[in-house]
Design a protein around this ligand. Sequence first.
Ligand SMILES: [Zn+2]
Length: 459
Amino acid sequence: MLLCGTLLTSWFISDIPVLAAPRVQPLDEKVVIVIDPGHGGENEGTIENGFQEKAMTMKTAQAMYGELSLYDNVEVYMTRTEDVDLSLEERAKFAASVNADFLFSIHYNASVNHNLFGTEVWISAELPYHAYGYQFGYEHLLTMQDMGLFLRGVKTRLNDRGTDYYGIIRESVALSIPAVIIEHCHVDEDRDVSFCDDEEDLIAFGKADALSVAKYFGLKSSILGVDYSEDALNLAETDEKGRIRSTLRDETSPDVCMIELLGTEADTGMVSLQVTATDYDTPLLYYDYSIDRGLTYSALQPWPKSNALEGTYQDTFTLDIQIPSGTQANVIVRAYNLFDACTESEPLPIQQIFRYGEDEQAVNNSSITDNDNASGSTSDREKEEKKLPGTQTFLPANAGVKENESDELSFLSFLKICLIIVIILFIIILVSQSVSYHRRKKRRHQRIKDSGKKNSQPR
Ligand SMILES: [Zn+2]
């Protein structure tokens, strides 16, 4: 394992962008920048958690526009200033019509399982736009890191035809306009929400984006009293003739993920594990764990010392988990790489059932419930507890089960009473209907009989 770690680290060292690298995109006297607020009109973008992406991107883009307008020798445009539909092709054409040096597409993210967090930049896989995008993306992630965001990397994505997957990048590059997508953070994940849940946050992102652009293009501002011309000459090292390996999609999940029991603490239920994982292609970003053999998992945690920019992470770390009292635990840990693919460890059954935080009597009484619990029925409350981040304290399992049972019991009795009332009402209605029907039938027979007698009378 150590060997793997050493190999991996040295591979990434050769790939670590060294500052003071030459700038790839040539600099002009005047810089033309196009800001593209993602989505608009019918296309609302991500709708999660009360957030509406098209409105968020506009707020951030406006702040970016305002900030960049304070720099000298810059022309700034926006693809849209209103809440209107605009195709990706139209956006790219607009950028071409103003001879843009770069198009920056502004976005906010959400994930299918609502569990991912962090910021990323998507760039073109086409040369030389790939190199331009990488040098900007690297600069921008440094800005995002300073704001405290978790880094998800500078990446490319290809479609089935082998061209850029994202339309705005593909359409722009087709018109010789360098373009990137800035995915600021995830609106559906708690720790990212704190970065984007009010207007000031969205404005702060816009100003940060402008700062990255100013550094990338080496802009000066007499109004702001800043000069980033040195920064533009000291960008991340890139390769003009090839694609940066760390930006290429990793089709495989992490190569190794193993756990080993280091020790247990009977009176607190703490279990210490050594987690070791490796991915030969991309750095590891997250991990999560299960104590019920994969039925439920904790929230995603940042992988220790994960650095998507440097391509580094710590390949071994100690994970402490508190096992709920009375629970037969079976632990699995999953490691996730830069492209969110995961590999799970072999299950590690914890032989010991911990007893803590309850009196002897309760312990003796709960042994049957515990066994039931171990055979697979996990209470909802326990499941909810497991979703909390790593430092959580699990509730005693049997307490959760007992409470649930009594809840279920009273709800069941309530249902039974309702059912009995409905049946009684139904019977009453049925009986009364049948009685009145018989009465009506009887009367009708009587009438027919009477009229029959009348009709049979001779005229
Ligand atoms: Zn979007």
